[in-house]
Design a protein around this ligand. Structure first.
Ligand SMILES: NC(=O)c1ccc[n+]([C@@H]2O[C@H](COP(=O)([O-])OP(=O)(O)OC[C@H]3O[C@@H](n4cnc5c(N)ncnc54)[C@H](OP(=O)(O)O)[C@@H]3O)[C@@H](O)[C@H]2O)c1
Length: 287
């Protein structure tokens, strides 16, 4: 049995759908399993049982992990993320789970410029010391997060602090497909896998592509990190911690060049979904 912690989220949901497509039975966890079940398509629901679990409550985790052999651990960013994921690892070890796949992030290092990645490093280290087989996925920024730029794009402008640095956008559906591979092919267990799209894009290239697809100009406005933070909080209504995270991610792309890597193709045997295709599918949201 494969248990998915964070099944209602972007990566957890994508993995659930990919596993259902492979015919693998899953137990999908949520603080609100009825809401999760209502959000699943019929095909996925037919292969999934839903169950309650709150990472703040270790007893609920132990009940939810009973009888599971594998766990996908993919939880929302937030001030409690490290504590929640450590709770989940401890409960999984107690319940005899044999393989944990953790969704982490690039630059998961102790001195990472991205606070969330420093947290992922702590979780990865605990996982490696846990005694269970530990697999780590490190996807780059999800293409789906570009939908947050929709109001700006509709007004013809994208704000950022990237200069001409490029980002390795990956479609979260590909993250789900990669996670499903490592959960169903034992020979892949134990690895650490960066996940990127097929090419990296600067914001100038992104806005040029959007302009072509939309048939009207979209420009990139390059700001300082402080200006971007103020824009995200003041104009885009983002919570402060999330705006700080976005600014740090962009800083990381500036100081550490992002170049595509072929791990996704090695895992799945196919090319990653392209940014052009993703934007094309979602063009109505940018109009
Ligand atoms: N966004 C990106 O571009 C990006 C890029 C690289 C890596 N990542 C990493 O990917 C990971 C997963 O991100 P995501 O976007 O898939 O997450 P998400 O959609 O924001 O959230 C995942 C799930 O976390 C669950 N959750 C939150 N608090 C919980 C609690 N106390 N107990 C149980 N479940 C709880 C929620 O489930 P319920 O509400 O149903 O309980 C939610 O559906 C993150 O750790 C992030 O650092 C993200």
């Amino acid at each position: 049995m494969i248990v998915i912690m964070g099944a209602g989220g972007a990566t957890g949901g994508a993995t659930l759908r990919s596993l259902a497509a492979l015919g693998a039975p899953t137990r999908a966890l949520s603080r609100d399993p009825a809401r999760l079940a209502a959000a699943l398509d019929g095909h996925t629901l037919a292969r999934t049982t839903t169950a309650p679990a709150d990472a703040a409550d270790p007893a609920s985790l132990r009940a939810a992990f009973r009888g599971a052999h594998q766990l996908l651990l993919t939880m929302a960013n937030g001030p409690q993320q490290v504590r929640y994921e450590l709770n989940a690892i401890e409960a999984a070890v107690d319940c005899g789970v044999e393989h944990i796949v953790k969704v982490s992030a690039p630059a998961a290092e102790p001195d990472s410029p991205v606070a969330v990645s420093r947290g992922h490093h702590l979780i990865e280290e605990r996982l490696r010391r846990s005694g269970v087989t530990a697999t780590v996925l490190r996807p780059y920024a999800f293409m789906q997060k570009l939908l947050l730029l929709a109001p700006g794009i509709a007004a013809g402008v994208v704000h950022g602090a990237l200069g001409q640095a490029r980002c390795n956008y990956v479609d979260v559906r590909d993250v789900g497909d990669a996670a499903a591979e490592v959960l169903t092919r034992p020979e892949l267990a134990g690895g650490c896998y960066p996940l990127t799209g097929g090419r990296a894009y600067s914001h100038s290239e992104l806005t040029a592509l959007l302009g072509e697809l939309l048939g009207r100009p979209v420009r990139y406005l390059d700001l300082s990190p402080t200006e971007l933070h103020a824009h995200l909080v003041g104009r885009a209504g983002m919570p402060g911690w999330l705006a700080t995270h976005v600014v740090e991610i962009q800083r990381l792309a500036v100081v550490r060049e992002e170049t595509p890597d072929d791990t996704f193709r090695r895992l799945t045997g196919r090319a990653p979904r392209s940014l052009e295709a993703f934007l094309g599918e979602n063009l109505h949201r940018f109009r």
